[in-house]
Design a protein around this ligand. Sequence first.
Ligand SMILES: [Zn+2]
Ligand SMILES: [Zn+2]
Length: 682
Amino acid sequence: MSKNEVTKWVITSAWPYVNAIPHLGNMIGSVLSSDVFARFCRLKGDEVVFVSGSDSHGTPVAVAAKQQNVPTKELAIKYHNIIKELFEKWQISYDNYTITHNPTHIDFVQKFYLDVQKNGYVFEKELETLYCENDKFFLPDRFVEGVCPHCGYENARGDQCDKCQKLLTPLELKKPRCAICGNTPVLRKTKHWYLDLPKLQDQLKNLINQNKIIPQNARQMCLNSLAEGIPERAITRDLEWGIPAPFEGADNKTIYVWFEAVLGYVSAVKEWADNIVKDEKKYDYFWKDPNTKTVFFIGKDNIIFHLIVFPGLLLAFNKDKSEGEKLTLPYNVSSTEFLMYENDKFSKSRGIGIWIDEALKIAPLDYWRFTLLYNRPETSDTSFLWSEFENNIKILNDNIGNFIHRTLTFIDKQFKGIIPKKLEYDDTDKKFIELVNSIGFEIGENISNFKLRKALRDIVNFGKEGNVYLNSKAPWHLIKKDKSAAGHVFNVCAQAVYAFGVLLSPFIPETAEKILSYLNIPTSNDLKWDTINENSIKEGQKIKKPEPLFQKLDINEIKNQLEEIKESKDKLGGKELVSYEEFKKLDIRVALIESVEKVPKADKLYKLSIALGDEKRTLVAGLAEQYKADELKGKKIVILANLEPRKLRGILSQGMLLAAVDGDIVSVLTPDKEIPSGAKIE
Ligand SMILES: [Zn+2]
Ligand SMILES: [Zn+2]
């Protein structure tokens, strides 16, 4: 790292999918790590554009929206806004955090694929896919569920089995069913557009071999995958929610979400140039300069996609373009292993783990940033442990917090808050001063090499050395006979305090700002990494009265708070709070089952004829495996009466029966006193 070298960076973190709030594992995997790196590059004086956004298309959010009966776009934007706000609270310093459902991206993707097609990397192929005759649409990816062909899991999804993690295609599922209505889909012919990745095989191999920067494990993974041969991949889907495919004859097709979200790395910079800094040249300046370094912070499961599929797309787009028109190829990826929670997997459904919204309600931001980075899963999977969290904050306070507080309090009390004069250095001084002068370079080298965990641990060690220096000089004794000798020690310590203010600012920016404000140094864009040295703080400078930087964590108290937050969510099935007004819209009533018939060719379904007072209705309910028909006949049950009628197996179901479910046990709700049918539940 030479001092005069100004580098252009496009720094990115993986795009979170829009239907879930990230957990701590997602946070450290890409988001927080990229933020440290971006903040560091800015401090170094490099030119940085740091982007990411919400991945908003594809089937998961479309399925959720259909199930909740809300427009998909509305649901996607709602979650995007929640995630965006949380990232701001975590002080992630994006220059643009956008969403793939934005006009710049949509336009960019469509033009991009027309170029790729023009360059000869797209071909068409007809194939059979699953189609739901009831919902009247093709069922891509997660719109199909069924039995996993590998492990037999009953609820495997069309793109992946959640149990054995194997990637699947809808046609591989045994006993496939529509994720919306449960019907068995049929096969229908449809045409799709494919990316000819095999044509790029050799170029991609060269690219990986030539790149001396990417980590060894990532290189090996890519070379293995290339040796196996990369398959052609369908770029289109028969799905309404997505970016309309621009190819001729591809009406009603959209671009597969994997193939467009990744282009967000490019379009987000374009959107930033056009709409945020309002200087459209900035887009070419960053993305079309071969000297720009692009770096992608991702989880280890994303390596192939970023080092093979994404560069493949760029090569296909760049073909026959002149220098200055070509998009620059990936410079590096920084991938992390996985973070576990108390040696278990994060699981929303089992309530295992901490989500980034919950974390901020129970402990200060910088405590989380510190502990996640201090244990960053750089070379192997690591686990968030409560005991370690407590201990990490103690380490932070003992080594750094106390050193800074002791130094500043002493100057405040004994020297009226004025930085005292420096004298001649003795050997003890020289040893510590040498460290002060070199620490910025050393930490910077580690961050530049994506060793963020080592960098942070070295900052803590610097704190340890500070305390060793202070204790060996014992200025609290010195001051009794020689005030200027004590003052000298605190001048030296003040230089180290400044160093902490700069060194910590990529990692724990709120704390760094506090440290610098005690020294009366504004944290503006002028703050520079290379200002750390033995003369950073001048004699005579006035400081502010400091407050302790950190508090001891009461882990039991924090865990209790988290339990309470989770319990209040659990009561609502993990969903958000419903207002009383919203609840009042639900018309829940007692109904009498008058007759029960099996639905032909459907093992699980009954057709129920019910009475709501005088009104007669038909209901389709999946109870045939749990109840015999005559067990249900004459029973009073509870139904949601104002649910939009739905056709199931050709039968119009006018309402929904309510039942308690626990695994395989299903129990219909029934009033425990004599009450007429049609009575309202409130
Ligand atoms: Zn499986
Ligand atoms: Zn269906």
